[in-house]
Design a protein around this ligand. Structure first.
Ligand code: ATP
Ligand code: MG
Length: 285
């Protein structure tokens, strides 16, 4: 049963112990260390935001947790289980919702159940998840009829219907306009509060990281590892212009400056003192 008003504590704790991952460098001789001896513990049901400059290994870290890649050394654990490969209990949602264009919203959401032979048993949940993400009127629509936010809500429902113990979100709201993005942030928080799935959100938007997370993990520039974690103890719903919110934003910008990543933003812009120049609408990396 999908219980929206009653938290259902589906999340599991996550431990990343000294994980290192390298790839062949473009010259095919050297190795490029993407993630360097990274250690991180996440409590069951915790919401973590991960920020850091482009290329610091954020997606690599999520792919290791998803079991899509294996570390060169180190260990990753979900609850008492060592991660050795992909599993439906670790969902991954990307910036591109990656819906099957030939399937309706409803069929996209149930596709994981079909693949695992569970549709018969879980069919009633499909409608409940469609309701949970507010897409009842679009259940039979195809992806090309959906707005970006609706497509991303479909992708979230498709991941959540597997009742993952950990949901990995790799810039899932990055392609949305600022208004839709803020509404989707509330949507993701609502889903998190309903299910208490452990969530890890990679974002380039410092305000989004503060608005969403219990803790923010700040990663160093390439090769990445955890530079610092910052606890956000603000009550929800959070006020984006409260003094504490703004103080945290300043602290993170300072930290990014002190970690020496100045000028290494994705778009190459750097501001005075080497700090990243914020976009007018949001502070982004
Ligand atoms: N499959 C791969 N083969 C070779 N190199 C890779 C591969 N995947 C990642 N890398 C390298 O690992 C490093 C980290 O990449 P990753 O995609 O994890 O960064 P990121 O922090 O997610 O960056 P962004 O913010 O731009 O998404 C980069 O130097 C990248 O070139
Ligand atoms: Mg990435």
């Amino acid at each position: 049963m999908v219980m929206e008003n009653q938290a259902s504590n589906e999340g599991s704790a996550l431990r990343i112990l000294d994980a290192t991952k390298s790839f062949p460098a473009p010259d095919n001789v050297a190795r490029n260390v993407a993630l360097n001896a990274t250690t991180l513990s996440v409590a069951a049901g915790e919401f973590i935001s991960i920020i850091g400059p482009s290329g610091c290994g954020k997606s690599t870290l999520l792919r290791l947790i998803a079991g899509l890649d294996v570390p060169d050394s180190g260990e990753l654990w979900v609850g008492n289980d060592r991660i050795t490969g992909p599993s439906a209990e670790r969902g991954l949602v990307f910036q591109d919702p990656n819906l099957f264009p030939w399937l309706t919203v409803s069929r996209n959401i149930q596709s994981g159940l079909v693949a695992r032979g569970l549709l018969q048993r879980k069919r009633p949940e499909v409608d409940e998840f469609i309701r949970l993400v507010g897409l009842e009127k679009f259940a039979h629509a195809y992806p090309h009829h959906l707005s970006g936010g609706m497509a991303q809500r479909t992708a979230l429902a498709r991941a959540l219907i597997n009742h993952p113990r950990v949901l990995l979100l790799d810039e899932p709201l990055g392609a949305l306009d600022a208004f839709t993005r803020m509404r989707m942030q509330d949507e993701v928080l609502r889903l998190w509060q309903a299910r208490r799935t452990t969530m890890l959100l990679v974002t380039h938007d410092i305000d989004e990281a503060i608005y969403m997370a219990d803790r923010i993990v700040v990663m160093t520039p390439h090769p990445g590892r955890v530079e610092r974690t910052i606890t956000v103890s603000l009550d929800r719903p959070r006020q984006r212009n409260s003094p504490e919110f703004l103080r945290l934003r300043g602290e993170i910008l300072d930290l990014l400056h002190l970690t020496g990543n100045a000028g290494e933003s994705a778009n190459g812009k750097s501001g005075k003192n080497g700090l990243l120049e914020p976009e007018p609408a949001a502070q982004s990396l």
